[in-house]
Design a binder for this molecule. Structure first.
Ligand SMILES: C[S@@+](CC[C@H](N)C(=O)[O-])C[C@H]1O[C@@H](n2cnc3c(N)ncnc32)[C@H](O)[C@@H]1O
Length: 310
């Protein structure tokens, strides 16, 4: 395993200065992918003009927004400011989502630092065109806080819809263990494992089968502090969109949604306010196309350049 770790890019100003010259996009610019039609823009999600530059006339059936909190662009903004900003992001999303579409919002909580905007976010969403459909959570098993708390960091996934979008149930790799749930079907008493179509259980709304990303996993992108697992994003895409659809993600970071969209035959329209994360997103898809690898494990997207300018 190569060993070229990279510091968290939001916390290392010197490293950011070294990396910026290698970034293809400046604020306001877009990278258009000639092969599969994806787009990556260096934009502000709350700006209507930026969102329209990214999407043009294209409309999407799905948006997956993994909201930033307390980092880079925010510097600990207060909850009400965050909600006000988010209201503009949701209005922009609504405008570029199709009549029948789904919206997933990841919202973390950092209880150690007192940032818990979930209740305000849920109330704000009542004031939009979206209907709340489910509330999914991921099992967190890594990270700080486990000795003194159940765990202080959370990752909630809120599922909203507009109109009547597609939904395809998703299955885990976990075998059906519970037997003996009998029910009469066509006059015959049947056991639950006979009735179901799959040998494994459905994903449900507590995802215990998704591993958080860490440096030993191939998909790891060093320098990205908030990377979501490909498995989780691919599950959302497969449940709530069809092949050939456009998928939105206004907070690209390590480019997980773009990569999952490519792997599942969708087109991704994504952005990040930070040119470094835009570059990482573009490099991740290029790296995947060249090598078939989903990330850099314990190396990093800028390893070659950093070696040369040592
Ligand atoms: C939580 S991360 C997203 C992680 C992503 N789902 C992944 O798997 O890599 C949030 C990202 O939002 C970006 N961001 C922060 N403020 C933004 C804004 N106003 N507009 C667009 N992007 C922003 C940050 O630079 C960061 O990369």
């Amino acid at each position: 395993m190569l060993n070229h770790p990279l510091a968290r890019l939001d916390r290392d100003g010197k490293l950011r200065k070294r990396l910026l010259p290698f970034c293809r996009l400046k604020p306001g610019e877009v990278w258009r992918d000639e092969r599969k039609g994806h787009s990556v823009g260096c934009f502000e999600a709350a700006s209507r003009e930026d969102v329209m530059s990214l999407c043009g006339r294209r409309r999407a059936s799905l948006a997956i927004h993994d909201l930033p909190y307390n980092f880079i662009a925010f510097d600990s903004r207060k909850t009400d400011e965050f909600i006000e900003w988010l209201y503009a992001v949701i209005a922009n999303t609504d405008e570029v989502l199709a009549k029948n579409s789904s919206l997933y919002l990841w919202i973390g909580a950092d209880q150690k630092n007192g940032f818990t905007p979930l209740p305000e976010l849920m109330l704000m969403m009542r004031d939009t065109n979206f209907t709340a459909r489910s509330f999914i959570t991921l099992r967190n098993q890594r990270g700080y806080g486990t000795q003194k708390n159940w765990m202080s960091v959370r990752q909630e996934l809120l599922y909203y819809t507009k109109g009547s979008p597609k939904f395809a149930p998703q299955y885990t790799d976990i075998p059906k263990a519970l037997k003996g749930y009998y029910k009469e079907v066509n006059g015959q008493m049947t056991e639950n494992t006979e009735r179901g179509r799959a040998d494994t259980i459905r994903a449900g709304n507590v995802w215990i089968d998704v591993q958080q990303v860490f440096y030993r996993m191939e998909e790891n992108v060093n320098g990205c502090y908030a990377q979501k697992p490909l498995k989780a994003i691919a599950r959302i895409i497969q449940a709530s969109s069809s092949s050939g659809d456009n998928v939105l993600d206004f907070f690209s970071h390590s480019g997980t949604t773009l990569l999952a969209a490519e792997m599942t035959g969708r087109r991704c329209l994504t952005m990040d306010i930070d040119p470094i994360f835009c570059e990482i997103t573009i490099r991740r898809i290029e790296h995947f196309r060249q090598t078939g690898r989903t990330g850099w494990q314990n190396s990093n997207p800028f390893a070659r350049e950093l070696e040369q300018i040592k």
